[in-house]
Design a protein around this ligand. Structure first.
Ligand code: LMR
Length: 394
């Protein structure tokens, strides 16, 4: 049996992680996979997470199973953080998932159960796993225009035009904030326009919210998803706690499904429970419990929000510093987009050869589509990275 399998190449993010690990150079710089690093180049455990883990360690009396949907307290904490009061709870079905990827997978499984002929509209470009998961499930994929590479900005007209071609049986993947890989986000007016288009076409939005709090802040980053929840009868939201709680390896996420009415909510919930059951039985709980502890305790929540806000403003500062250093070294303003965009990523517009030269000659690793993880920079690395970017001709 196993000899019938075909070789599988890792996706471009995982492939780069592997290449980075295999590179013996001690001065190599990892600006590939999306993880936040502090000034020492470390991905820290947040202080609120440490405190919550300590409490759990002291108080947890059992490791027995939680429900198939995950802990209801976690699901309500995530619903509150993400949607606030924008979604009536009798229309909201939720399940805990292993990370945001687990949520995207269960979401697209759910879509396939509802309509195997659904077309999945994916922004061009997007996180590679969106297309990979949709493709694995045999769902038809359609790219929609999102980014204008020449302007290094959202292609608003193209986006609205393409979303206008969706229909009631389709699903549209949207990045809630910190678009991965472009860093070009929708403004509130853009979200309004997207809501109008989708309410006209009847397509179902699937909002991937993997960087909540790392773009403009916890409230503004949730504005888009909340606006859709208020304006549309149904939607899916894939939530990740990897980045905003720094719980990467603990795999904490949730899928929220807003149904048009309470009866549909009950059916959606039963389907989501079944999908959880068949995929991994019970979702993991440790990281979810950490998040519940933090969000349910005023002091821990305030500490977490402050630490998250410091991370967000550090990324903003690093973006500004890199743009300014590049301005000085190149004598041009062509890197100003780095400061204007938000979140962890930007596309630096490097060709394949330039990406290779950055890696092979300068030891600077960015993803093959030229995505740079700005949150992987440190202040000390900025001059070297800027030199490398100019040297390869960016
Ligand atoms: C990324 O885009 O680098 C992160 O979301 C990590 C991943 O799983 O790809």
């Amino acid at each position: 049996m196993l000899n019938r399998l075909s070789p599988q190449a890792p996706d471009k993010i995982i492939g780069l992680m592997q290449a980075f690990r295999a590179d013996p150079r001690t001065d190599k710089v990892d600006l590939g996979v999306g993880v936040y690093r502090d000034a020492n180049g470390t991905t820290p455990v947040m202080q609120a997470v440490k405190s919550a883990e300590e409490r759990i360690w002291q108080q947890q009396a059992s490791k027995g199973y939680v429900g198939i949907e995950g802990d209801p307290a976690f699901l309500e904490a995530i619903a509150g953080l993400t949607l606030g009061e924008a979604a009536p709870r009798n229309r909201l079905a939720s399940v805990a998932t292993p990370g945001g990827t687990g949520a995207v997978r269960i979401a697209l499984d759910l879509v396939r159960l509802a309509n195997p002929a659904a077309r999945v509209f994916i922004p061009d470009p997007s996180w590679p796993n969106h297309a990979a998961i949709a493709g694995f499930l045999g769902l038809e994929q359609v790219e929609y225009r999102y980014y204008n590479a020449a302007d290094r900005a959202l292609d608003r007209e193209g986006l609205l035009d393409d979303l206008g071609r969706t229909g009631p049986g389709d699903v549209v993947i949207l990045h809630g904030c910190c678009h991965n890989p472009t860093g070009a986000d929708l403004t509130p007016a853009d979200w309004q326009a997207v809501a109008e288009v989708l309410s006209r076409t009847g397509a179902l939005p699937l909002v991937d919210l993997a960087y909540h709090g790392l773009g403009a802040g916890l409230e503004p980053d949730a504005e888009g998803v909340r606006l859709l929840a208020q304006r549309l009868p149904q939607m899916l939201v894939a939530v990740s706690c990897s980045k905003n709680f720094g719980l990467y390896r603990d795999r904490v996420g949730a899928l929220l499904a807003l149904a048009p009415d309470a009866a549909t909510q009950a059916v959606a919930r039963a389907n989501m429970s079944n999908l959880n059951r068949q995929t991994y039985a019970f979702p993991p709980d440790h990281g979810a419990r950490v998040v519940t502890e933090i969000l349910g305790d005023a002091k821990l929540r305030a500490d977490w929000a402050a630490e998250l806000s410091a991370m967000r403003s550090r990324i903003e500062t690093l973006r500004g510093m890199l743009a300014e250093t590049l301005q000085q070294k190149s004598g041009s303003d062509r890197f100003a987009y780095l400061a204007a965009q938000q979140g962890m990523f930007s596309l630096i517009g490097a060709s394949d050869d330039q990406v290779t030269a950055l890696r092979d000659v300068h030891g600077v690793y960015v993803i093959g589509d030229s995505r740079m993880n700005l949150a992987g920079l440190t202040e000390a690395l900025i001059p070297r990275v800027a030199d490398a970017m100019v040297a390869v001709g960016l």
